[in-house]
Write a protein that binds this ligand. Sequence first.
Ligand code: KIV
Ligand code: ZN
Length: 529
Amino acid sequence: MGPTTDPNRVIIFDTTLRDGEQSPGCSMNLGEKMEMARALADLGVDVIEAGFPIASPGDFESVQAIAREVYGPIICGLARCNQADIDRAAEAIKDARRGRIHVFLATSAIHREFKLRMTPAEVIKRAVEGVERARGYCADVEFSPEDAARTELDFLSEVVENAITAGATTLNIPDTVGYAVPSHYAAVIKHLKKTVRGIDKVVLSVHCHNDLGLAVANSLAALTEGARQVECTINGIGERAGNTALEEVVMALRTRQDYYGLSTGINSRHLHPVSRRLSHITGMAVQRNKAIVGQNAFAHEAGIHQDGMLKDRSTYEIMRPEDIGIPRTELVLGKHSGRHALKQRVTDLGYHLTDDQLNRLFIEFKKLADKKKEIYDADLEALAENQLQAGASLTWALVGFTSTAGTGSQTSAAVSLRLADGTVKRDAAIGNGPIDALFKAINRITRVEVKVVDYLVRAVTQEIDAQGEAQVEIEYNGKRTRGRAVSVDVIEASALAYLEVINRVASRQLRDRLKPTDHIPQEVVPATT
Ligand code: KIV
Ligand code: ZN
């Protein structure tokens, strides 16, 4: 059940909010997921896999909210092949204009034997029951034989054929552990096309992990054999080495249209802004030399290349930066720029701000323009991010701080924080350097103890008066969380980034205390997928 009947149209199934979000340090709260879902809809993805509703009340809530409020793409919820999972997924997506249930069950011998302890016949029976139950709720059902790339080919064909007979409308072939190589994966797709009855009536989909760095190559190889849906994530985030990077597949198909003859519905000018939004939200930086969206992806350093570029861009450039939404010129606004220009630029950068947020942003913009001559996109992004964070219902907000540091003297920090009910609390601490002292003072006030595993400060832009960006990664209860903030004062940026993670931990603690666990029977608490 694709969005189009064009045989050369590739369906882009985005799983940033499910497989991507599940990777360490990439968890998002409800507001952040809503924001990403809206950005994905603007980008033009065909399907948003919004989460795994049985996994937690938070996951259910976000899939439900996205199903209710995000229009355009099909909204999909993941479920294992059991009644509780499928019922929960169906409930979560029921208000979507177009909803999909995605059921999965492992099929490889290793998974059958060691994880499921099921015979091949039992696996087929469970898969069929799962698909049938999902079809009872929804006409659009996807089935995934997990670890398909390591499944015996004939058994894989048998499972797929049974899933189609049971009513699956999309058949996804996951390379769950990133084991496939392009020629092998393409051969699996070819084999299924040749041997499975009814395969031409469904959409054949691919889902690759990047353990060998081949997820994009494998996905493209599968398309040459007739797959027509690619499951992927923004910036390639996902379990371990990640999933297929959406921006890379889309730009490969577009740039090499001559070779593949395939198209997508993606508005490529949104690729760069969406990539930036995700890395701001998760605090997960994009590697500088990453294809398409890395900071160096369009930088030409070698003299011979620069010379060629000046003569004709096509000598060394296969894609134009503006085609993926990188502005032709970075310098955008200054002290005299008006509200309208600001609104336009912030919208072009992919932000959906309310009028109130825009008004506050304009005030902050003018203040910044007084301190800094030139305002770059990165500065505007930082201001817009601050507005979005200010709108979130924070447990703790920074009122003020002082910090003392100097050669040979004891470093200390005093901090005031405000609780959501207005109460202000103050405390001070000494530490090994001003940041350590600051974080310790925050810990004393909030009584949240976390382990800082990474801390980074960098300039947002390149001038001497640039704003500083601080990123903090912490571990709490075995789970990693990142925070990020920007300010002209790097110590303030550090305090705000640290408070962001403390607030995430505090709201997780609150959610855990309130969690209605009784609706999730113990035996269906999800394993990692
Ligand atoms: O990698 C995988 O097998 C998955 C499935 C749930 C599709 O993520
Ligand atoms: Zn996966």
